[in-house]
Design a protein around this ligand. Structure first.
Ligand code: AMP
Length: 221
């Protein structure tokens, strides 16, 4: 099973993608994290990617294609995968379909986690992450056990550079202008699964699992 998961910033797509990958044994490809790793490299491309991410804009499609072309390898295709963060443009969705078709594969479902703008801003403003391992915390819903420190490695937690109020606003604007048409792309292909993202993490997860299991059964018939 190959999935993509999307939703406004702060919708919890990273959290759900991790749980879904564990449940179904899928490879989890998180484009935001892969790009942040690239941004940490001391190369001209790394610096360019860092400045784009910090401003809340989208990285050019060509960079995403190169990144994913390399990551969606034979092993990933054999296991199945969930991509979190891509496609963010219709061109990325088309590229992904073409890349998979060449390998006799396809995207089976696009999961869309829906939350209001107000909720997105509230959640992102409460978000902290670990610069060493990337684990994400939320001061309201998932606080660290010791204030300001990562539960896993004890590193001091930080706010992401693109989670200032100005960058949050820019990212939400981008989302509605560029990414919403991607939803219509999958709706037209009967692959869209819309999920209410304003419920507790466990409720959302069991809803997704139920809806994917019914897909798996119908695919077997
Ligand atoms: P995320 O962690 O998914 O919110 O991604 C963080 C940032 O990485 C975004 O605001 C974009 O600047 C960039 N990014 C992640 N995925 C993509 C993508 N598929 N296309 C373009 N930019 C992306």
């Amino acid at each position: 099973m190959n999935l993509v998961i999307s939703g406004p910033q702060g919708s919890g797509k990273g959290t759900q993608a991790k749980l879904i990958a564990q449940q179904f044994g899928l490879v989890h490809l998180e484009t935001g994290k892969l790009l942040r790793d690239m941004a940490g490299e001391n190369s001209p491309l790394g610096k360019e990617v860092a400045s784009i991410i910090e401003s809340g804009r989208l990285v050019p499609d060509e960079t995403i294609f190169k990144l994913l072309d390399h990551k969606i390898d034979r092993q990933t295709l054999d296991r199945g995968f969930i991509i979190d963060g891509t496609p963010r443009t219709v061109d990325q969705a088309v590229w992904l379909d073409q890349k998979l078709a060449k390998n006799h594969a396809c995207i089976d479902r696009m999961l869309f986690l829906d939350i209001s703008d107000k909720e997105a801003v509230k959640r992102l403003s409460a978000r902290l992450s670990c610069p060493s391992c990337g684990r994400i915390y939320n001061l309201i819903t998932v606080p660290p056990r010791r204030p300001g420190l990562c539960d896993d490695d004890g590193s001091p937690l930080a706010r992401r550079a693109d989670e200032t109020p100005a960058a949050i606003k820019k990212r939400l604007e981008q989302f509605y202008q560029v990414t919403l048409p991607v939803l219509e792309y999958y709706r037209a292909r009967k692959k869209l699964v819309e999920i209410d993202g304003q419920r507790p993490i466990e409720t959302i997860f069991s809803d997704i699992v139920n809806r994917l299991q019914s897909y798996e059964y119908s695919a077997e018939k």
